[in-house]
Design a protein around this ligand. Sequence first.
Ligand code: URA
Length: 214
Amino acid sequence: MVNILNQTHSIANHFLYEMRHKDIQKDRGKFRNNLKRLGIIMAYEVSKVLDYKKSNVSTPLADLDVELLTDQPVIISILRASMPFMEGFMEVFDQADAGFIGAYRREGVDEVDVNLEYLASPPLEGRNVIVVDPMLATGKSVIKSLDHLMSHGSPDHIHIVAAVAAPEGIDYISKSLKTQFTIWTGALDEKLNSNAYIIPGLGDAGDLCFGPKL
Ligand code: URA
């Protein structure tokens, strides 16, 4: 299942507009802040499909029944562009467990290979796992990251959350992932170019957040 945030009118469209705009996006602080704000909104969207249990609370005046999360999710950040996006998620799920995975793309002309160098994750068995990766392009970094993460247990459900996604990435994830999953994206764009960048997309999210790397 794929949920596309900009199919519904919301302020998130302004954040995406500023992130895509070739001049506005040059303000690195603004770009990171928009990615974080989008993370907050998308975390709220994901929160609507998690499980809740009945609980109660005493205000200074009376007691009442409320519903609270049955379990905290695990939020996994695929470094490096995910960091501000994850910050938004951690603002909302402020008691969640978190994991980190370092994936980078070795770029060739036709193929983008994904290299994994760092993994720190809590146990994932039976958990709701939210993988945040702002640009869902080929889907290979998500699938390769999840293959490695499975050594920490099989999640109950995996939520894959992107700011912008390409149809190719969604297809790749749909055919590769055997665990129950839901994809959430701010926008679904047209296609990938020959360097596996999303078109129209926004460019290199990692560079826009943190500057170019060697
Ligand atoms: N990663 C990015 O930062 N941008 C893309 O368009 C694709 C992958």
